[in-house]
Write a protein that binds this ligand. Structure first.
Ligand code: GLU
Length: 323
């Protein structure tokens, strides 16, 4: 066998070092619906297309929002679709120690401070940002006498934070004026999604994050935390979200139906069609493996460039998710 030249060896080594590791991170607040199936399929195909690893992580941190049995139900549904995690599924509810450690690090570097403000106090004195009230910084210089810290917030600044999304292009946010110092540990003692997701993506060595565009606004907060915790920033690709006729994201709140596990081929075909992959009609009569094989070989995420939301139902097909 011919010896590899230095440049191809180096290339191989660097490919190895930056092995593609993707993930799907559902919150078990209900059964898997069409919108979350799309995120699962998109992240899985992108990983497989790059010969990468694909993981499932249960984001069951927000106990009050979790529905008993939903995590198992989601995993069973993924199984029916042949969507198996390449490594054991991790559960955020069991990873408090890792989040405590990250918070300790942020305290040590003086990047977080305790906050005593209630929701009402904040909304009374805040300006409105892209995701609701912008925290006015009341507790930045210390908690007023006689009050007690309830949550922990991370300091932000107003420098332009820019990242390149594979589909949505260059995204810039000014955290301090658009979002404000945000919560990393909540008043109820639970760690916030923004911190947990950053810690877990880093510990699981996730190199590529493929998820719904509803999380596009969260990404600068996550990059901010990655910088403070000296973690590397993965590549991001935000897929369009599935919306109903009223333009609302399919979710438990908008009463999205569970995917039909009796018809995985048809559901997968519709997910591919939603993702603008143009699956041939004949595929619908094939078995699941054949559909996956076609999808892996023909994965063209560039068909989704610039799209942030798409109807779950188009004229081309009537999807149950939008009834
Ligand atoms: N758990 C989040 C959700 O279900 C997704 C988090 C992520 O992909 O970063 O909306």
């Amino acid at each position: 066998m011919a010896r590899l030249s230095w440049s191809s060896r180096k290339k191989k080594l660097s490919q190895h070092k930056t092995q593609y590791r993707g993930r799907f991170a559902p919150s078990p607040t209900g059964p898997l619906h069409f919108g979350s199936l799309v995120a699962a399929v998109g992240s899985f195909l992108d990983a497989r297309h790059h010969h990468g690893i694909w993981l499932v992580r249960m984001e069951d941190l927000d106990k009050p929002r979790c529905v008993p049995g939903a995590a198992d139900d989601i995993l069973r549904t993924l199984d029916v679709f042949g969507l198996h995690s390449d490594e054991p599924v991790i559960y955020q509810s069991q990873r408090t120690v890792a989040y405590e450690e990250a918070l300790r690090q942020l305290k040590h570097s003086d990047d977080v401070y305790p906050c005593c403000c209630t929701r009402k106090e904040i909304s009374d004195s805040a300006t409105h940002g892209i995701e609701g009230p912008v925290y006015p910084g009341t507790c930045r210089k210390g908690i007023p006498a006689g009050r007690e810290g309830r949550a922990w917030r991370v300091l932000t600044d107003d420098a332009a934070l820019t990242f390149d999304d594979a589909l949505q292009g260059s995204i810039t946010q000014h955290l301090e004026s658009e979002i404000g110092d945000f919560v990393v540990k909540r008043a109820d003692g639970l760690f916030a999604y923004q911190l947990a997701v950053v810690v877990d993506d880093a510990l699981q060595k996730i190199s590529h994050i493929v998820r719904g565009a509803d999380l596009l606004n969260s990404t600068p907060r996550q990059i901010h935390l990655q910088k403070l915790l000296v973690l590397s920033t993965p590549h991001y690709m935000h897929l369009p979200i599935a919306v109903n006729e009223a333009g609302e994201k399919l979710s438990k709140q908008t009463l999205a139906q569970a995917v039909n596990i009796a018809q995985p081929v048809s559901e997968l075909w519709h997910a591919l069609s939603f993702l603008r992959q143009k699956p041939p009609h004949e595929l619908i009569d094939e078995n699941l493996e054949a559909v996956w094989e076609w999808a892996r070989q023909n994965w063209r995420p560039e068909n989704l460039i610039g799209l942030r939301a798409l109807p779950a139902v188009t004229d081309e097909f009537e999807h149950r998710g939008n009834e």
